[in-house]
Design a protein. Structure first.
Lengths: 444, 479
């Protein structure tokens, strides 16, 4: 497999050598299944066997990209020829920088869990584990997803870099319902971890079944405890905004900030961790063949680093952080470093607040200033004098991302591995408590 | 596209015991340019070419996708699909079945009056430069530190066959532009606007859209908002909601909650469920007589245009809400079977690798018969919210928020001072119940609607007239 993909890369690269000054070829071979669970039974078995090729082509400083999800090589060749004919008509890219010279990289081990291979064809046991763990915990009905993937990646550049990796991924998430209440939990990692998959159903059901008196909470500022699902969603936004391409394009709160500025509470450290093999985007080399390394984006509340490929690094007069993206740098895996509080301690510390267990639909009024809102879904608990005393539903956080980062007061000591519909970058995140969070509800 | 190959796949699946089989060969080709501050960063092309196969085996619905199109691989995919279904049959209590619709045979296409290839690449790049220059040169007292633009030409071809006799061939070209604009002033901060154009057709659309003129108008207005915008009134007032926001509202709070798969809980763990229950159709009142929301895939030139859906069911207009009453949901053949009706042709897939699911196409509020001047003439103290940036809605499509961008105070029937960031945070029933008038100008806006797992982005239009809401309390950002 390794040799197969790399030899295809080499043969494509060979054809490009005469037409382009520089090029990179990446093939991703994907084999996955996704089982959709709806109302305690299987609604769909979804399988993909795909072969995706990305080409990066440079001619006289002009940058061309070609993405293909086809095994039809003649279709690809014709596109390569067509794109090459534009070189005289296109201006040199402001982001052009030569592809990096290849350097040795330290490969990562343990990217692949053999058990995924078995479960791809026989996933019933895992589905039953998810469903039954929720039902046994008091859920009346559950819906969710189990996804098992194997991805082989081969990268070859005209500078002589060659890299190959094969990895597995398991994503499991479940929404549990009991009467009018619901709870949600998720797990995303490299490995089939039966305990974590069982915990998905159990935790979702616990939130759904945790019955307290329903209370109306007026819109105002509250202390808010955010579950790892919410923290994952918001930290993904922050980490993505650290992409220097997002900064250049006006989609980032870091546009008017510089490395060294205080941007968050001093107890907050947010890192990109491509070498953490528990998380499923772990990789030893980026899309330009640069060795990856773990790095703080925000360390102790201070902006430590934007994410760069060699092109944005040249533009910012710095060095690549191993986060290519051939055009836009990207976070690989996210880790919000643990603090020293337990979840119970956060509740105990709360005078009047909300525990928000899940959210979705995070949207910004202004990416540069960070004004945003996001809507809760599933259980929201009302906390008073250190105790959960009620439940409320569907509130909205409408605040400013910069302020939210600065107002983080406690960070949980346990990290959870999260990936689901609203957390797309694999994340290790704890519970977080934030003070003075603006909560709104409809006026009418 | 190889019809014989698809027919073989369908027949082979049936021979293995499938009750239903469907094969769709889909090719999506895009050509895209990304520019920053008017300078091209990269030119890209993409092609996605493969087959999606859906079958029902002993009540288990499976979907498989592959882009290895040789016969032996396709046989292997179908076999695996059946084997994987077999392994799950014991977890099925309600077997998947489809309604007995008369599926269609036909072909359709949308035309480019001016082909994508009729204009040279350097001219298109010049157009992106002009957009940036327009933004910079129109701004007088504020700076434009960044513009960002994505220009995309897309051609989508499908050939679909199913075991119920469906056969549909189609080709739809689409053009879209997304333009991000940041305005900055030393003491007033920044303001941001994301502008979008999108429709099916060719380069003739650029002439119709006239983005340069739209951009001039936007920058002129938004500069005033940044420099002079005041806080919105705090007391309840009449609000004119501009067609851009009305379109988004009907998409979010009429289109999505009227997707039958969502109503039945199939999207519960992803895009959510719905406040609408199956017994609401034809009798549950959600708004005033102005609340008629139509979903129509057949609008020529629209971004969400199609004539047959991906289950080969003929498309037609659907009245989601009719004069304030919940009327007809969007169905595929599965939800139609469960709710004992027929499909209204709402099943679509983003690409070959995605399962067909219920999607909106072009959703709009029915226009009224007033002019804009008539709509505002009797408002002594009100607000007109023309455009927005931030919005969201909860997972049952009830509690929603829209934050205005270009907005005006209305005094004695005339537009006056600019208002900054008025917040319309409202429930679905309040919005549709408080409509007291609509003008006759129907405008559409493009969007990419997200749904499904793996997520599928679908081109849609949403639109409506300008509408008047009575006695609304607005909020402000941070308030």
């Amino acid at each position: 497999m390794n040799a197969d993909l790399l030899s295809i890369n080499e043969s494509i690269l060979g054809k490009l050598r005469n037409s382009y000054d520089e090029s990179a070829v990446q093939i991703n071979e994907v084999n996955n299944v996704m089982i959709k669970i709806v109302n305690n039974e299987i609604s769909l078995k979804h399988s993909q066997t795909l072969y995706n090729i990305s080409l990066y082509l440079v001619k006289k400083g002009r940058l061309f990209m070609l993405e293909s999800s086809t095994s039809n090589i003649s279709e690809l060749t014709s596109l390569v020829e067509r794109i090459g004919s534009y070189a005289e008509l296109v201006q040199e890219s402001e982001l052009y920088a030569p592809l990096p010279e290849p350097k040795p990289y330290k490969a990562l081990s343990n990217l692949f869990d053999n058990k995924v291979l078995n479960y791809i064809d026989n996933s019933a046991q895992l589905c039953e584990l998810m469903i039954n763990s929720a039902i046994n915990e008091g859920a009346q009905r559950v819906s969710g997803t189990l996804k098992l993937s194997i991805v082989s990646k081969a990268l070859t550049t005209s500078k002589g870099f060659e890299g190959f990796e094969r990895g597995s991924e398991v994503v499991s998430y479940l929404r549990a319902f009991k009467n009018e209440s619901s709870g949600h939990w998720a797990y995303g990692g490299r490995f089939v971890d039966l305990n974590s998959i069982e915990y998905v159903g159990k935790k979702a059901a616990q939130y759904a079944a945790f019955t307290k008196e329903v209370v109306e909470v007026p819109p105002k500022k509250y202390e808010v405890i955010l579950s790892p699902l919410v923290v994952g969603n918001l930290m993904e936004l922050v980490a993505t905004m650290a992409s220097s391409f997002y900064v250049l394009s006006g989609f980032s709160i870091f546009m008017n900030k510089k490395v060294g500025d205080v941007v968050a509470s001093e107890n907050l450290t947010l890192a990109d961790v491509p070498r953490d093999v528990e998380l499923s985007n772990s990789t030893a080399f980026d899309d330009e063949g640069v060795e990856t390394y773990d790095k703080e984006i925000i360390g102790g509340g201070v902006l430590k680093s934007l994410l760069h490929n060699s092109k944005t690094a040249a533009k910012f007069s710095t060095t690549s952080t191993g986060n290519a993206g051939l055009i836009s740098p990207k976070p690989w895996n996210i880790s919000l470093m643990p603090g020293d509080s337990s979840e119970d301690e956060m509740v105990e510390e709360t005078k009047e607040g909300l525990l928000i267990t899940n959210n979705w639909y995070t949207r910004l009024q202004n990416y540069v200033e960070g004004t945003f809102s996001t809507v809760s879904r599933d259980a929201v608990f009302y906390v008073r004098n250190g105790e959960i005393v009620g439940t409320t539903r569907r509130v909205r956080i409408a605040d400013n991302l910069n302020k939210l980062l600065r107002n983080v007061s406690f960070i949980g000591k346990k990290q959870y591995l999260i990936k689901w519909w609203e957390v797309t970058v694999p994340s290790k995140v704890p519970y977080v408590m934030v003070k003075d969070v603006n909560i709104t509800k409809p006026f009418d | 596209m190889n019809e014989d190959m698809l027919r073989y796949v369908v027949d082979y699946a049936l021979s293995l015991g499938a009750e239903y089989a469907e094969a769709r060969h889909q090719v999506d080709e895009t050509s895209a340019m990304i520019s920053r501050n008017g300078r091209l960063i990269t030119l890209g092309k993409s092609v996605s070419d493969g087959v999606g196969i859906r079958l029902i085996y002993k009540g288990v619905l499976t979907f498989s996708a592959t882009n290895k199109l040789d016969k032996s691989n396709l046989i292997d995919v179908v076999k695996k699909s059946v084997d994987r279904a077999k392994a799950l049959t014991h977890l099925i209590r309600q077997p998947a079945k489809f309604s007995g619709d008369a599926v269609g045979k036909g072909s359709y296409r949308a035309y480019m009056l001016k082909d994508f290839h009729s204009t040279a690449v350097d001219e298109k790049i010049k157009f992106l430069e002009d957009l940036h220059k327009t933004a910079v040169n129109t701004a007088k007292e504020v700076k434009v530190p960044t513009t960002y633009c994505e220009y995309v030409e897309h051609i989508q071809k499908k050939l679909i066959l199913n075991s119920d006799g469906g056969f549909v061939r189609s080709e739809v070209p689409r053009l879209s532009i997304t333009f991000n604009l940041v305005l900055h002033h030393g003491s007033k901060g920044t303001l941001q606007r994301l502008m979008q154009w999108g429709a099916s057709g060719g380069l003739e659309l650029l002439q119709n859209w006239d983005p340069i003129r739209s951009l001039e108008s936007e920058v002129t207005s938004l500069e005033k908002v940044l420099l002079h915008g005041i806080e919105p009134p705090k007391e309840p007032i009449d609000v004119i909601v501009g067609s851009e926001i009305v379109g988004l509202i009907v998409h979010e709070s009429a289109g999505h909650p009227m997707e039958a798969d969502r109503i039945l809980g199939r999207e519960a763990a992803q895009a959510g469920e719905s406040y609408v229950k199956p017994d609401y159709f034809g009798n549950y009142r959600i708004g005033s007589k102005y609340a008629t929301v139509i979903e129509d895939p057949t609008i020529p030139g629209s971004y969400g245009f199609y004539e047959y859906d991906d289950e080969c069911v003929k498309a037609r207009p659907r009245y989601l809400y009719k004069e304030g009453v919940i009327n007809e949901p969007l169905h595929n053949r599965s939800t139609a079977y469960i709710l004992r009706t027929t499909s209204n042709g709402s099943s679509r897939s983003m690409d070959y690798a995605s399962e067909p699911i219920i999607r909106m196409s072009n959703t709009y509020l029915k226009p009224g018969d007033m002019g804009f001047d008539e709509l505002i003439e009797d408002i002594n103290h009100g607000v007109y919210i023309k455009s927005y940036m931030e919005w969201n809605i909860d997972d049952i499509r009830w509690n929603q928020r829209y934050v205005g961008l270009e907005s005006y105070l209305i005094i004695n029937g005339e537009l006056k001072d600019m208002i900054r960031n008025p917040v319309l945070e409202i429930s679905t029933s309040s919005f549709y119940s408080k409509i007291t008038g609509a003008d006759r100008e129907l405008r559409f806006y493009p969007g990419t609607c997200g749904k499904g797992e793996p997520p599928q982005g679908m081109p849609v239009w949403f639109g409506g007239p300008n509408v008047k809401l009575s006695k609304i309390k607005l909020g402000g950002v941070g308030a």
